[in-house]
Write a protein that binds this ligand. Structure first.
Ligand SMILES: [Fe+2]
Ligand SMILES: [Fe+2]
Length: 185
């Protein structure tokens, strides 16, 4: 078992949403209409699953454990990842605002640009974690994987409880959103 298994599973789900959101931007660019409830699903996912649940697991469980095991917080990959989480949050807020504008005015330009900035940033962030930080974590936490995964599972449960949602809700949401984009493409 790898110490980052639970986080890699989250990334798989987030990557599915990033691909579907790229299709959303392409559809809007082609002049297609995306209904408000469909956009609201994507906003629920990026604000709650990604920012609260997944970043919560990294920030409250993984990063402090890495620090305790000798990885410096300042000037290293942890500080960089925290900074990128903040940018992710700001970009998600921009999508929420431009989606509201789109729903009211049917003007899609700002929403298209905001979705593209978001998916570019998040895709790069995920690949940095997958291929750098998580590889380092797997080495540093060798022999501690069971404990790390237990802590990640506990944080996930607490964060989802805070949101009043389940993991199944977000897995279903990602599948439904992807299917909806495939259907409309
Ligand atoms: Fe992250
Ligand atoms: Fe991550």
């Amino acid at each position: 078992m790898s110490s980052t298994e639970s986080l890699r599973k989250d990334h798989f789900l987030i990557e599915k949403m990033m691909r579907a959101l790229s299709t959303t931007a392409d559809l809007l660019k082609a002049g297609k209409t995306i209904p408000a409830p469909v956009l609201e699903q994507a906003i629920d996912f990026v604000k709650n699953f990604t920012n609260v649940c997944h970043h919560g697991k990294e920030e409250t469980s993984l990063f402090p454990t890495l620090e305790k095991n000798g990885m410096p917080r300042e000037g290293g990959p942890i500080a960089r990842m925290l900074f990128e989480h903040e940018i992710t949050k700001q970009l998600a807020e921009k999508i929420e605002a431009s989606a509201k504008e789109y729903i009211q005015t049917n003007k899609a330009d700002a929403l298209i640009a905001d979705i593209r900035s978001y998916t570019d940033h998040v895709s790069l962030h995920l690949s940095k974690e997958n291929f750098r930080l998580f590889m380092m974590a797997d080495m540093i936490l060798q022999g501690k994987a069971a404990q790390m995964n237990k802590e990640l599972a506990e944080t996930e449960e607490a964060k989802l409880k805070e949101l009043g949602k389940t993991r199944g809700h977000y897995e279903q949401l990602a599948n439904d959103f992807e299917a909806e984009m495939v259907r409309r493409a």
